[in-house]
Design a binder for this molecule. Structure first.
Ligand code: S3P
Length: 451
C-alpha cells in the first residue's frame, strides 16, 4: 500500500513511571521470510505470531499476486505455496508500500523464473537504491529497467535459463544476501554469497528449516553461504518470535523514564540482531535477561528494563553496526539522556533506510536541544543526562516508523513535549505501539496542532 494517507501528528509528554509488561509484535524480518518461503513451498505452511504490520501485509498481497494462496483463519496464517520456480506472472503492479525488505526479497524470489513483474512503493521506498539487488540478479540472467539511479518503479524480467552465481556483497546487507539466496533457489547448482560482515541470518536459518541445503562457513574473506539450487521446499509450522527491533522502544523508554520497570517477554536474541542490548548494558543500563532459553532454534529471553539514571556515553564499535542497524535512532534518544558523548561509526547504511536516519535524527535532536555531530559514515550525540533533555519541538518523521517512535520515546523523558509531524508510518512495523506504550503509563496524544 503506498501511503498517501493524511498525516497523524502525535505528541509525547514527560511521563510517570512506565510499568508492566510490553508484549511486542512478531519479528518483521522473519514474518516477510515466512510468507515468501511459504509461497515457494509445495503445500501448506502455517504461521503464528506473524507481524500484521503494513509492510508484511503488503508482502502477503504480493505473494498472492504471484499465485500463492494466503488466508488468515483464527490466529494462524495459512500459506499454500506454488513450489520453487512456480511463481505466476502478476497481472498488476506489485506495490510494496514502505518496505525495502519486501521489495528486495520478492525481486530475488522472482528473478530466476520466466516471468516479469513491475514493482513500486511509497515516496520513501521509491527513493531507495535498488541496484544493490538488481546488480547481482543480473548475474543470474535477470534484467531490470527502472527509473534513473536504479529507483522504483522498476520492472524485473526474470531469467528463463538462470545460472548460479558467486557474489560478494559490497554492502553489509541481509536484504541483498537474501535476494541472492532466494534467486539461487531456482538456479541449478550452487549459489554462493560471501559477506564480509555477518548480517542477520534469518534467511539461512529458515531456508534450512524448509529443507534447502545451506552451508555457512567462516573464512578469512568473511562468511561464505552456499545454497544448492532447485530444492523442493517442504511446508513448515512457523511460530514467529517477537521482534527485538520493536522491543527496543519500550526497553529504551523504560531506561530513560524516571521510576520505570518494564518486562518485555519472549524476545528473540539472535546475535545478528541483539547489538543494541549489548550497547545499552555498556552504557550502564539496568537491563537484564530473564529465563534465557532456545525456541525454534533461536535464543530467546524476557527482557527487564529499569530506569537507569547514570547512563554514560560510549563508542559503539563499528563491527557491531549490522547487529543493531535499525536501532541507532532509538539509541540516539537514549544517548541524549546519558552523560557524555556517544560515538557511532561505520553506519553509512543508515543514510539509505526508510529515510536518511542520521540526518532525520540529527535535525530533530538538535531541535530538542541536543548537540549532534555527523559525517557521512558516523555521528555523535552529546547527552544532557537523565531528565536534562529540553524537548519542546516538532520533528519530521519522514515516512520512517523508527524515526517517529524514537522521538516519541524521547518525549517521555524530555522537559517539554516532543511532537512528531506524522506517526502514521509506525503502522508499518509496530501497529500497537500507541496503546502498548499508553498502557505502560506513557503520555501520547493524537495532536490537534496545539502543545
Ligand atoms: C532487514 C535487513 C536490514 C534492516 C531491515 C530488515 C531484513 O536491512 O535494516 O529493516 O529483514 O533483511 P539491510 O539488510 O539492507 O541492512
Amino acid at each position: 500500500m503506498s501511503s498517501h494517507a493524511a498525516p497523524i501528528p502525535m505528541t509525547a509528554r514527560r511521563s510517570g513511571p512506565l510499568t508492566g509488561t510490553a508484549e511486542v509484535p512478531g519479528d518483521k524480518s522473519i514474518s516477510h521470510r515466512a510468507l515468501i518461503l511459504g509461497a515457494l513451498a509445495v503445500g501448506e505452511t502455517r504461521v503464528t505470531g506473524l507481524l500484521e504490520g503494513q509492510d508484511v501485509l503488503d508482502t502477503a498481497k504480493a505473494m498472492q499476486a504471484f499465485g500463492a494462496d494466503i488466508e488468515k483463519r483464527g490466529d494462524t496464517w495459512h500459506v499454500n505455496g506454488v513450489g520453487t520456480g512456480g511463481f505466476a506472472e502478476p497481472d498488476q503492479v506489485i506495490d510494496c508500500g514502505n518496505s525495502g525488505t519486501g521489495v528486495r526479497l520478492i525481486m530475488g524470489a522472482m528473478a530466476t523464473s520466466p516471468i516479469s513483474a513491475t514493482f513500486t512503493g511509497d515516496a520513501s521506498l521509491n527513493k531507495r537504491p535498488m541496484a544493490r539487488v538488481t546488480d547481482p540478479l543480473s548475474l543470474f540472467g535477470a534484467q531490470a529497467v527502472g527509473r534513473s539511479g536504479g529507483r522504483l518503479p522498476m520492472t524485473i524480467v526474470g531469467a528463463a535459463d538462470p545460472v548460479p552465481v558467486r557474489y560478494e556483497t559490497p554492502v553489509p546487507s541481509a536484504q541483498v544476501k537474501s535476494a541472492v539466496l532466494l534467486a539461487g533457489l531456482n538456479a541449478p547448482g550452487e549459489t554462493v554469497v560471501i559477506e564480509r560482515e555477518a548480517t542477520r541470518d534469518h534467511s539461512e536459518r529458515m531456508l534450512t528449516g524448509f529443507g534447502a541445503q545451506v552451508s555457512v562457513e567462516d573464512s578469512p574473506d568473511g562468511r561464505v553461504i552456499t545454497l544448492r539450487g532447485q530444492p523442493e521446499l517442504r511446508p513448515q509450522e512457523i511460530a514467529v518470535p517477537r521482534d527485538p527491533s520493536s522491543a527496543a522502544f519500550p526497553v529504551c523508554a523504560a531506561l530513560i523514564t524516571e521510576g520505570s520497570d518494564v518486562l518485555v517477554p519472549n524476545i528473540g536474541l539472535n546475535p545478528t540482531r541483539a547489538g543494541l542490548f549489548t550497547t545499552l548494558r555498556e552504557m550502564g543500563a539496568d537491563l537484564t535477561y530473564e529465563n534465557e532459553r532456545e525456541e525454534g532454534g533461536e535464543p530467546v529471553a524476557n527482557l527487564r528494563a529499569r530506569f537507569s539514571p547514570d547512563l554514560r556515553g560510549i563508542e559503539v564499535p563499528p563491527d557491531r553496526a549490522a547487529s543493531m542497524i535499525d536501532e541507532y535512532p532509538v539509541l540516539s534518544a537514549v544517548a541524549s539522556c546519558a552523560t557524555g558523548r556517544t560515538l557511532m561509526t561505520g553506519v553509512k547504511e543508515l543514510r539509505v533506510k526508510e529515510s536518511d536516519r542520521i540526518d532525520a535524527m540529527a535535525q530533530g535532536l538538535r531541535a530538542c536541544g541536543i548537540e549532534v555531530e555527523e559525517g557521512e559514515d558516523w555521528w555523535a550525540v552529546t547527552g544532557r543526562g537523565a531528565g536534562g533533555v529540553p524537548g519542546g519541538a516538532t520533528v519530521e518523521s519522514r515516512l520512517d516508523h523508527r524515526i517517529a517512535m524514537s522521538f516519541l520515546v524521547l518525549g517521555f523523558a524530555s522537559r517539554e513535549p516532543v511532537r512528531v509531524d506524522d506517526a502514521g508510518p509506525i503502522a508499518t512495523s509496530f501497529p500497537i505501539f500507541e496503546p502498548l506504550m499508553t498502557r505502560l503509563g506513557a503520555s501520547i496524544t493524537r495532536d490537534n496542532g496545539v502543545f
